[in-house]
Design a protein around this ligand. Structure first.
Ligand SMILES: Nc1ncnc2c1ncn2[C@@H]1O[C@H](COP(=O)(O)OP(=O)(O)O)[C@@H](O)[C@H]1O
Ligand SMILES: [Mg+2]
Length: 229
């Protein structure tokens, strides 16, 4: 369970550009569920996602990961948590050009200092699982949109994190690929993973695989409704 308790996030505090992106948000993400953060552009989805994924600290309020209060931990603990507790799927995938599909999947495992051959074998097995076994030696530029998406998913799984965080994962995908993404989410949930997905895409919040929708507006949680996307 990941829980945020009355969190606020103020960007550029005290400056003329000060902006309150979250205004006292409380929310909980249970284990092995698919939770979607939705709301209009600028409503605070990415900001809340970055707090839930330990990528940023709240200005006030608390974040609990299981029994642990993490909002006050020093940066090196947060960095460690980020690597082991979370896998990230970024908007437009953020694959590294010039590296092969296999190397891209290996990237998040590098700071953990495991033997390279073990990481390579795990990466190859993940790519095989996502039907990319024949593409491991190709640079990512040569992949199709769907193949890039599956490579990004494989990369998020390389450290076998319990929770996957995805920011607008379907933003650059057509309907068929968006549905394929959601099918993979369903498979991974069946394997025990938790998903937190920020998305203003109706295909995502209407998907059967979604257990819970948290709707944001102007940095606050509002009751979820059909017009909040
Ligand atoms: N680093 C930042 N500095 C200043 N303002 C920011 C920063 N990040 C986000 N914001 C502002 O906070 C608000 C919420 O942003 P964000 O969480 O990215 O919204 P969403 O993902 O729902 O579109 C936006 O108005 C955005 O401009
Ligand atoms: Mg966003």
């Amino acid at each position: 369970m990941i829980r945020v308790e009355n969190v606020t996030k103020v960007f550029n505090p005290g400056r003329p550009s000060e902006y309150v992106a979250l205004r006292g948000v409380s929310a909980a993400v249970p284990e092995n569920k698919v939770v979607v953060l939705t709301g209009p552009s600028g409503s605070g989805k990415t900001t809340l996602l970055s707090l839930l994924g330990c990528m940023a600290r709240p200005t006030s309020g608390r974040i609990h990961l299981g029994e642990r209060e993490i909002s006050s931990l020093p940066e090196r603990f947060l960095a460690e948590l980020r690597r082991t507790a979370f896998g990230f799927i970024f908007q437009s995938f953020n694959l590294v050009p010039g590296l092969t599909t296999l190397e891209n999947v290996m990237v998040p495992a590098c700071p953990l200092g495991q033997p390279r051959h073990q990481v390579r074998d795990r990466a190859a097995a993940l790519l095989e699982k996502f039907r990319l076994g024949g593409k491991i030696g190709q640079t990512v530029e040569s992949l199709s949109g769907g193949e890039k998406q599956r490579t990004a998913i494989a990369r998020a799984l390389i450290n076998d994190p319990p929770t996957i965080i995805a920011d607008e994962p379907t933003a650059n995908l057509d309907t068929a690929l968006s549905l394929e993404f959601l099918e993979i989410v369903g498979q991974l949930r069946a394997e025990g993973k938790t998903f937190i997905i920020a998305s203003h895409d109706a295909i995502v919040h209407e998907a059967q695989v979604v257990d819970q929708v948290i709707s944001l507006r102007d940095g606050m949680v509002v009751p979820a409704g059909p017009h909040d996307c």
